[in-house]
Design a protein around this ligand. Structure first.
Ligand SMILES: Nc1nc2c(c(=O)[nH]1)N=C([C@H](O)[C@H](O)COP(=O)(O)OP(=O)(O)OP(=O)(O)O)CN2
Ligand SMILES: [Zn+2]
Length: 149
């Protein structure tokens, strides 16, 4: 049987700030992020298998992405830990705010690279990560493709 791509979509709200950026997004602000995760594999052909006909159960994919990404990033604020924003991040964290100190500038590009590595590490051996799309605004998104990397 041939390979099939399946996609699961997610949403999360997060704040971020682009330290040193030459535009409005250097300010702390937020997005309603839309995340699409596409995996590729061969549907299970064994009629006795509980997952017969599936590449991966959408529910199993949801569990991985929720645990690795959505539960961590939803309603958190992402700062670049390699910038002076680390002080602001630590202050907010001490005051009980949900903070992510990323080892990168929190652009859509760097976030999809991070997400790809986290999701790949959790997928079963027979399932490959095909692509990820992270939509920051209605008009702006970044995509990661396995074939490009
Ligand atoms: N290549 C990138 N450019 C920008 C990023 C990014 O992650 N990668 N991020 C930002 C800001 O976070 C900003 O919030 C989003 O940018 P932008 O699409 O420019 O937002 P607008 O509200 O101005 O969008 P319009 O739909 O054009 O009004 C900036 N750049
Ligand atoms: Zn932004």
């Amino acid at each position: 049987m041939g390979k099939i791509r399946i996609t699961k979509q997610f949403n999360f709200e997060a704040g971020h700030a682009l330290y040193g950026y030459d535009g409005k997004c250097r300010n702390v602000h937020g997005h309603s992020y839309k995340l699409s995760v596409t995996v590729i594999g061969t549907p299970i052909s064994d009629a006795d298998h509980v997952k017969h006909g599936m590449v991966i159960d959408f529910g199993d994919l949801k569990k991985v992405v929720n645990e690795e990404i959505v539960d961590q990033f939803d309603h958190a604020t992402i700062f670049n830990k390699n910038s002076p924003h680390v002080e602001l991040a630590n202050e907010l964290s001490e005051r009980g705010h949900s903070i992510i100190l990323a080892d990168y500038q929190p652009t859509s590009e760097n976030m999809v690279i991070d997400f790809a590595s986290k999701i790949k590490a959790r997928l079963p051996e027979n399932i490959q990560l095909h692509s990820i799309k992270l939509q920051e605004t209605e008009t702006s998104f970044a995509e990661w493709y396995a074939s490009d990397n």
